[in-house]
Design a protein around this ligand. Structure first.
Ligand SMILES: Cc1cc2nc3c(=O)[nH]c(=O)nc-3n(C[C@H](O)[C@H](O)[C@H](O)COP(=O)(O)OP(=O)(O)OC[C@H]3O[C@@H](n4cnc5c(N)ncnc54)[C@H](O)[C@@H]3O)c2cc1C
Length: 490
């Protein structure tokens, strides 16, 4: 009889783990507290508008293709991808700048801002291509269980080129002098949840992903990826149980025997926790079965939380692009408010996604769906309606100024989402949005382990363990942990 794997959570990582376990012949059941799959990437449908609730940037298309290929499928079997051009627009204090998808056009743009910077970009990106190749094809697939995994001749040879001990900040500063160019090159690592000075320059691989890999859009929205993975999992025989809030993992003699929900119980040969790691450890296990102490968690550097607004407007906004970055205030000040002083931002940077610009199916005719995201520190107090409304007014005013049209008087739908919801809806530690920050001291074997130190058949996947935050890493995380399980339990 097939062995039973119980997976907690149907985010990207849980679903990825489920598909790999099912492919290996296990009987897989996924327990999800919500009524639909997707976790942080759920979909919100209200008043005729469709919003992706979390991720909106489709980067690293090769990682998605590789995922589906392992099941004899292709991305094209499930959804249609479109490359965005321009990739995105940046609003600086002195006006907008479009970032072209075409590399030569981008080089021309760089040279007009800082003569000679196009050559620097070539140099920067050829190093970044090497890091992407080693990082995405090798490093992220290590389960981080032992330092010996990294005793690989290619890795040792390339250690200097991988720039693990240099910071992104100094790496970018070595190549570019102009502040706009520096901020453009530092922007992709905001996805990794740490300041450029704290992020290893290895992560310039994200610039390769941005500029060479491109920014894509799955027609219908990011939720198409969730639907695709769900369909694949069901095709492979995975059973999904929704509205099943897990409350306990019953452990006997160092083995997880049963996963208990508010209404049911599920026997297990192995358990994979795809919900937030801290929640599983501290709420679903007795103290004696936890691998990490409360102090350990307090000392982790969390990636930011976000204050998000989902807004429907009953008109088209002139000239708006699919992705708009509002860098019309200070990067350094906002960065310090997120990571160092941990306070509500004084003058935030923010981001707007309007998928209705590219896709007529996600908003009523003649309307626009706006997803507005302000990164804020995890763990902030006094997250109340008044403070959310204050920031809403700030960002809408700046959007009206840069877009050159009124917005406030055209809003027909509005919902906000921040710390409180991250905690209530995802059991997120300190209301984090993207898990753990990718600092050097929280990389690879220094991340919370994907296997429990106390419960032999309990494993973890998702953005708080290897390899880290983001949709592509979550797909890889599920694969990595499934391989670990299969290595130990067949
Ligand atoms: C606002 C936002 C924007 C982002 N933007 C991008 C982007 O543009 N591009 C990108 O690549 N990445 C982006 N990310 C990051 C990316 O979305 C995440 O890294 C990824 O979705 C995490 O997947 P996961 O499976 O680890 O966790 P989750 O998606 O959180 O999945 C965990 C699941 O476990 C469930 N669960 C929790 N507790 C229980 C319980 N007790 N019982 C049962 N089920 C439980 C939850 O409901 C959830 O479904 C963004 C994230 C956010 C929040």
């Amino acid at each position: 009889m097939a062995k039973k794997a119980i997976i907690i959570g149907s985010g990207f990582a849980g679903m990825s783990a489920a598909t790999f376990m099912a492919k290996a012949g296990w009987k897989v059941t996924v327990l999800e507290k919500h009524t639909i799959p997707g976790g942080r990437a759920r979909q919100l449908k209200e008043a005729g508008f469709i919003f992706d609730m979390g991720p909106s940037w489709y980067w690293m298309p090769d990682v998605f293709e590789r995922y589906f290929n392992q099941f004899g499928k292709s991305v094209a079997d499930y959804y249609t991808l479109e490359r965005l051009d321009p990739s995105y627009r940046v609003y600086w204090k002195d006006g907008p700048m479009d970032i072209p998808a075409d590399y030569n056009a981008l080089k021309n743009l760089f040279d007009t801002i800082e003569p000679g910077s196009a050559d620097q970009l070539d140099k920067f990106l050829s190093e970044a291509a090497y890091k992407y190749d080693v990082g995405i094809n090798k490093l992220v697939h290590k389960p981080g269980q032992s330092i010996t995994e990294f005793l690989d001749w290619d890795l040792i040879k390339g250690l200097l080129k991988l720039d693990v001990f240099n910071s992104m900040k100094s790496h970018v500063a070595k190549h570019f002098k102009n502040t706009k160019l520096r901020e453009l090159m530092e922007f992709p690592i905001l996805f990794l949840g740490a300041l450029p000075e704290k992020t290893p320059a290895l992560y310039s691989l994200m610039n390769h992903a941005d500029i060479k890999g491109g920014t894509w859009y799955p027609k219908g929205g990011m939720y198409k990826i969730v639907e695709a993975m769900y369909q694949l999992a069901v095709e492979l025989g995975v059973e999904f149980k929704f509205s099943q809030n897990v409350t306990d993992i019953a452990v006997y003699k160092n083995y997880a025997k049963k996963v208990v929900t508010e209404t049911d119980g599920f026997e297990a040969d192995i358990v994979i926790g795809g919900a937030d790691y801290h929640h599983i450890e501290s709420k679903l296990l007795l103290a004696e079965n936890r691998s990490y102490s409360a102090t350990y968690w307090e000392q982790r550097i969390m990636a930011p939380s976000c204050l998000i607004f989902y807004v429907g407007v009953n008109k088209k906004i002139p000239n708006i692009l699919h992705h708009s970055l509002f860098f019309d205030s200070s990067f350094d000040v906002h960065g310090n408010e997120i990571y160092t002083t941990k306070q509500w931002p004084s003058d935030p940077l923010f981001y707007v996604s309007a998928t209705s610009v590219t896709d007529s199916t996600v908003a009523p005719y003649g309307c626009e769906n706006l997803f507005i995201l302000i990164p804020v520190a995890a763990g902030l107090e006094n997250d109340d309606e008044a403070i959310r409304e204050k920031y809403f007014n700030v960002v809408v005013k700046r959007m009206e100024k840069h877009f050159g049209c009124s917005i406030k008087d055209s809003i027909v739908y509005k919902k906000n989402f921040a710390h409180r919801e991250f905690i209530n809806e995802y059991n997120s530690f300190k209301g984090n949005a993207y898990g753990l920050a990718n600092t050097l001291m929280q990389t690879a074997i220094l991340k919370p382990s994907c296997r429990s130190a106390k419960v032999n058949n309990l494993f973890y996947t998702g953005q708080l363990t290897v390899p880290g935050p983001g949709v592509p890493p979550s797909l890889i995380s599920g694969e990595v942990v499934a391989k670990e399980v299969i290595k130990h339990f067949g």
